[in-house]
Design a protein around this ligand. Sequence first.
Ligand code: TMP
Ligand code: ASP
Length: 239
Amino acid sequence: MTKGELLYEGKAKQVFATDDPALLIQRFKDDATAFDGTKKSSISDKGVVNNAISSQLLALVDKGGVKTHFVRQIDDREMLIRSLDMFLVEVVMRNVAAGSICRRYGTEEGITFAEPILELFYKSDPHHDPLMNREHVIQFGLCTAPQLDEIETSARRVNEILSEFFTSIGITLVDFKLEFGIAGGEIMLGDEISPDTCRLWDSETGKKLDKDRFRFDLGDVEGAYQEMLARVTAGSDGA
Ligand code: TMP
Ligand code: ASP
C-alpha cells in the first residue's frame, strides 16, 4: 500500500490517498481543539492512543454486525480505511446526561436516561454544528429518509455493542458521536471512536477519562488517555 497525497486535514486527523482509489489512510494527530476550535493545544501521544483505541473499537463494532470503514491498523498513528462519501450529519447517542444536553435543557449531569437518546447535528463549523431533527436532515438533503433510518438503527446497535464492552472494563459510556458515510451504495460507520468522541467515566469513582479533561482543564489529560488505552486493550485481548 503506497501512501499518496494529503487529501484533507481536519482538527485531529489527516487523510491521505493510496494507490487504490477505494482506500485511504487516516492519520491521527496530537492536536486537540474544543469549542469550535477556539481552544487549541496538543495532547502528547493522543494520536497514538486514539489510533489504537479506534482500531480496536471499530473492529469490535464490525464484529457486532455494523459495517465500518476500518480495514486495518497500519502503524502507531495510521489506519487503512475505505473511502466513504460522508453524510454531513453527526449522530450523538446519550446514555447519561452530560455536556450540551445539560446546557441546553438544564438537565442534571449524571442522570441516566430510561432509554438512550439519539440526537442529530448538522456538521457545519460556520453554523456551530446545530442540533437538527429528522425533518431538517431529510429536507435539507443531508441524506434520504431510508438512509437516516439505517443510520439510526446502526447508531443504536453501536451503542449496545460499545456499552457492553465498556461495562466489561469498568467504564460507563456516557455519550458518543458517530459519523456515517456511503461507498458502493453501502452505508458504513466512518471517522473514529476514541476518548475525543466519547464521554467515558470510571464506573466506580466517576472519574472522567475523556476529552472533557482537556475541554474543562481538569488536569492529567495524558494520563486519562493512557488509562483508556490500557483498559481497552486489556478488554479487547480478553474478548
Ligand atoms: P456534546 O455534549 O458536546 O453535544 O457532545 C456529545 C458527544 O459528542 C461527546 O461524547 C463528545 C462528542 N463530540 C465530538 O465528538 N465532537 C464534537 O465536536 C462535539 C461538540 C462533541
Ligand atoms: N473538536 C471540536 C472543536 O474543536 C469540539 C469538541 O470536541 O469539543 O470544535
